[in-house]
Design a binder for this molecule. Structure first.
Ligand SMILES: *Cc1c(COP(=O)(O)O)cnc(C)c1O
Length: 370
C-alpha cells in the first residue's frame, strides 16, 4: 500500500452516531454520506452506518447514489438538493428517493414512475428561511392537494434545512416555526426531518421523525463530545541531513538554520493538504521518540518536507492529521489556519489516498487509492 493513507476508526463513527441520536431523543438518523462521506469513503461509511441501524443514507448527486448501489448497498438513499427534472429517470432507475423542490421535478418523477408502473417514494423539501432549495412554505396546501392526484408519487418524507443553527438561534427558531406550519398541512404520516449536525447540537431536543447529520458523524465539531474519526498517516520516503543555509522546496520558502534533519513525506496538496499551510502545519512523529515536527517549505502536489529533531528510519510513522482538534495538525486545525470550515479539508481528502477502516483496533476494510 502507498505509504500515505487515511485511517478511519469505525468505533468513533458508532460513538458519534449514538451521541447525536441520544441528543435528539433517540430518533432514527439519516446518515449523510455525500461528497464521499465528507472524504471518509462513502461505500465503507455507508455500509457501517447501515450496520449501525440508520434509517437510510443521503447523497447529493445521482452518481453518488449509483456508486452506493453498485457497491451492493440496498438501504434507502435520499437524494438531497433540488432534483433537476432531467435526472428523474436516473434517480428512479437507481432506486434513490428524490427530494423535490419544484413542480417541474415533481411532474417529471411522477410521469417516470407511472411509465414504470410504480409509486416512487419522494421527500418534499420546504424553504423555511434559508432561501436556497425547497418549495415556499405557502405552497404546502397546493402540494398536498396535488399529491392526492399524482398516482406515481408516494410522500415518504417532508423536510427543511437550517441556514445557521450554529450561531443564530432566533433565525433558527423562525425556521422551526415555519416548519411546524408545513407539518400542520401534511399531518401525521410522512417522516419529518429538519436537523443537521448544528441543529442536533443546538436546537435539540427537536428530533422530529429523524435527524440528518453529516459533519457530526465524522466528529469534526469541537467541544461537543464528538470524536474525529479519521487520521492521516504517512511514512517518510526519504530522511536526510541538510547543511545550514540550504533552501527547501518550490520557491525556497524555507532555509535551514543549522544542520537539520529533514524527512520527505509522500503526501501533498493533490491529496487534500491545503497548499496554504506551508511553514504553518505540523505533523507528529509517533512512537517513543515521537515529536511534533514543523512542515517546512512549500507543500508540493505529492510531497511535503518536515524538520525532525534528529535522524530516523523509513519505518517511522507520522500523523499528518490527527484524530483530534490539534491547532496545526488536524483537519479542524487546517480549516482554522486557512479560514474555512472543517467540511472543506475533509471533502478534499483525495480519492487517491488509500483508506483503511478499523473496528476494535482491527482492520475490517480497505479502499485502495485511485
Ligand atoms: C449536507 C446536508 C446535511 C448535513 O449537514 P451537516 O452540517 O454536515 O450535519 C443535512 N441536510 C442537508 C439538506 C444537507 O445538504
Amino acid at each position: 500500500m502507498r505509504p500515505a493513507w487515511l485511517e478511519v476508526n469505525l468505533d468513533s463513527l458508532a460513538h458519534n452516531l449514538q451521541r447525536l441520536r441520544a441528543r435528539a431523543g433517540q430518533v432514527p438518523a439519516i446518515g449523510v454520506v455525500k461528497a464521499n462521506a465528507y472524504g471518509h469513503g462513502a461505500v465503507e461509511i455507508g455500509r457501517e452506518l447501515v450496520r449501525l441501524g440508520v434509517w437510510g443514507l443521503a447523497v447529493a448527486t445521482v452518481e453518488e447514489g449509483r456508486a452506493l448501489r453498485q457497491a451492493g448497498l440496498t438501504a434507502r438513499v435520499l437524494l438531497l438538493g433540488s432534483l433537476h427534472p432531467e435526472q428523474a429517470e436516473a434517480a428512479l432507475s437507481w432506486g434513490l428517493i428524490p427530494s423535490l423542490s419544484t413542480l417541474e421535478a415533481a411532474e417529471a418523477v411522477e410521469a417516470r414512475a407511472r411509465a414504470l408502473g410504480i409509486r416512487a417514494e419522494v421527500h418534499l423539501e420546504f424553504d423555511t428561511g434559508m432561501g436556497r432549495t425547497g418549495f415556499p412554505v405557502a405552497e404546502a396546501p397546493l402540494l398536498k392537494e396535488r399529491l392526492g392526484r399524482w398516482e406515481g408519487l408516494e410522500l415518504g418524507g417532508v423536510y427543511s434545512h437550517f441556514a445557521d443553527a450554529e450561531e443564530n438561534p432566533s433565525w433558527t427558531a423562525e425556521q422551526v416555526m415555519r416548519f411546524a406550519e408545513v407539518q400542520e398541512v401534511f399531518g401525521p404520516g410522512p417522516l419529518y426531518h429538519l436537523c443537521n449536525t448544528a441543529g442536533v447540537l443546538n436546537v435539540s431536543p427537536l428530533g422530529l421523525g429523524a435527524i440528518r447529520p453529516g459533519i457530526g458523524l465524522y466528529g469534526l465539531w469541537p467541544d461537543s463530545g464528538l470524536k474525529p474519526i479519521a487520521r492521516l498517516l504517512a511514512k517518510p520516503t526519504l530522511v536526510k541531513r541538510l547543511p545550514p543555509g540550504q533552501r527547501i522546496g518550490y520557491g525556497g520558502l524555507y532555509t535551514t538554520q543549522g544542520e537539520e534533519w529533514i524527512a520527505t513525506l509522500p503526501i501533498g496538496y493533490a491529496d487534500g493538504m491545503p497548499r496554504l499551510l506551508y511553514n504553518r502545519a505540523t505533523v507528529r512523529q509517533l512512537g517513543p521518540d515521537g515529536a511534533e515536527c514543523p512542515v517546512v517549505g512549500r507543500i508540493s502536489m505529492d510531497q511535503i518536507t518536515v524538520r525532525l529533531p534528529g535522524p530516523t528510519d523509513l519505518k517511522a510513522l507520522f500523523e499528518v492529521a490527527s484524530a483530534d482538534f490539534h491547532p496545526s495538525g488536524s483537519l479542524w486545525g487546517w480549516a482554522q489556519l486557512t479560514g474555512t470550515v472543517s467540511y472543506e479539508p475533509a471533502v478534499r481528502l483525495a480519492a487517491r489516498l488509500p483508506r483503511v477502516y478499523l473496528r476494535g483496533g482491527v482492520e475490517v476494510g480497505r479502499m485502495e487509492g485511485v
